[in-house]
Design a binder for this molecule. Sequence first.
Ligand code: S3P
Length: 175
Amino acid sequence: MVKKGVQRILLCGFMGCGKTSVGQALAFRLKWDFLDTDAMIEKRQGISIPEIFAQQGEEAFRKMEEETACSLGKRKNTVISTGGGFLMREQTLQALRENGGGFESVVLLDCSFETCYQRIKNSDRPLVRNNTKEQLEQIFLQRQQRYREAADVVVSNEGIVSQTVEAILKEVPIL
Ligand code: S3P
């Protein structure tokens, strides 16, 4: 249950839905800090996400995501962009909710698979490199219910980033 006076916004959604660009713009608009869970993991590990997947495997990466959720503590006035698989683990979502104490809002950036795919198809993301377009679409479809269950608010990000930022600010009860 989100309380009034949200102090922390988490952006979730599939790869390519725009979590990082919207997150940065939203943090700038609110004069809040911005964090990116993928960047936090890369910094802590000292290697890139493709290297983590190649050297340690996906399961190890998911554990790192859970640890990152715990390490966020009770930090306030922060926009956090999460990796596309971040909220798939129940423990990770629970850690976020416990730390947030009800003053966090999880925002799903909603985009069609085709929009996401056009944005990610040439990237070095491990899931993109290791799956066909059809397999990626299956992963996209499998995740939709979970994203929607985890989210407090769903906002479309098919258009202009600044419009998405304003739509989030309308929906999220920040004092
Ligand atoms: C992943 C999404 C990526 C990154 C990793 C795995 C996923 O983040 O965490 O490659 O499982 O969807 P972005 O959603 O920021 O691309």
